[in-house]
Design a protein around this ligand. Structure first.
Ligand SMILES: [Zn+2]
Ligand SMILES: [Zn+2]
Length: 330
């Protein structure tokens, strides 16, 4: 089935279009699902992606040759009709829908089904072959309700007015989502952000994501940050940068916080299970909904999902794509 689409360790090759999806090595023609570094690399000849993803790639790698594809637009490429539809993962994230020779393949990139105020919701598209991520492809991964995690964060802030809450959050997607979720729960105080995420937050704002008052944490005296939320990349949680904060309560927002050992390794006092990836129920519900003949699974932890597909009469295979995991992204 669909011999025109070929999984390789370095990406998925669409032969009649002579194009690669999320290639991990520079290619002449690249179709990119979203801006995270394990999907969007620099150095391609020409990139097709949403305008948000192109802007994110330009921020990270410098401006390159690209064609903006809006959600729902159709692009014809060597007899393949290509459409990008929302994946609900981060700003600009898309599933790539490919139609050729009477067959439809959907490549999700990363996705989730929960509401996210910073991006459009995942749109299920029935297909013959469904290429799904499985970052959290084990039944043990069931993400709690986002609102209850945000309430724990706000409770920690309000009961410790002399400290600050330092939240480790991935600089593309998670940080902006956490900020918007806080605003949605009535937290309108200024939020301090680490210098490394200022430009990405500004980019989100340019695309219409309103995050309220953000202040750079750079050069701010510790006492001014008391009673406030500070957001930094996960890598800055335990480095020298965080020592100048006022007695921080260390939090981290990631699906991996479900694993106690990971929270302990990073000295996280307040683990917040907030993920931009589908959990086990979202994965299996989505496969049921798009009802493919065949499922291809990426991002590791595929065993349980392979087994689940088998017991539901869906053919399935694991794709060994290289470099498809970033443990902080979660
Ligand atoms: Zn991603
Ligand atoms: Zn990914």
């Amino acid at each position: 089935m669909a011999h025109w689409i070929e999984p390789h360790p370095t990406g998925i090759y669409v032969r009649p279009a002579d194009a690669w999806i999320d290639p991990s090595q520079p290619q002449e023609r690249a179709l990119v699902t979203h801006g995270h570094a394990d999907h969007a690399r620099g150095g391609h000849g020409h990139v097709w992606a949403t305008r948000e993803t192109l802007a994110i790639m330009a921020l990270r790698y410098g401006t390159a040759s690209g064609t903006a594809v809006d959600y729902g637009d159709e692009v014809r490429m060597g007899g393949v009709t290509i459409r990008y539809v929302p994946a609900g993962h981060v700003l600009g994230s898309a599933q790539i829908i490919l139609d050729h020779a009477g067959e439809r393949v959907v490549v999700t990139g990363d996705y989730k089904r929960r509401p996210d105020p910073t991006c459009l919701p995942f749109q299920p598209v029935p297909c013959d072959i469904f290429v799904t991520e499985a970052t959290f492809g084990l039944p043990v991964f069931r993400h709690p309700d986002t609102g209850s995690e945000m309430d724990r964060l706000l409770a920690a802030l309000h009961t410790n007015p002399d400290r600050c809450v330092l939240v480790g959050a991935y600089a593309l997607g998670k940080a902006q989502r956490v900020i918007c979720e806080l605003r949605g729960r009535g937290h309108h105080d200024p939020i301090y952000i680490h210098g490394a995420m200022e430009r990405m937050c500004a980019l989100y704002e340019q695309f219409g994501v309103d995050m309220g008052e953000l202040r750079s944490a750079t050069g701010v005296p510790a006492k001014d940050m008391r009673g406030h939320i500070v957001i930094s990349p996960p890598s800055a949680l335990n480095d020298r940068w965080s020592r100048r904060l006022p007695d921080p309560i260390t939090a981290m927002a990631s699906g991996w916080m479900r694993v106690r050992q990971r929270a302990r390794q990073k000295n996280v006092e307040l683990p917040l299970v907030i993920s931009d990836h589908a959990d086990w129920d979202e994965l299996t519900d989505t496969i049921r909904e798009v009802a493919p003949n065949e499922t291809w699974i990426t991002h590791g932890r595929e065993e349980a999902l392979l087994h689940w597909c088998m017991t539901h009469q869906i053919r399935a295979r694991a794709l060994a794509l290289v470099g498809r995991e970033d443990e902080d992204e979660g």
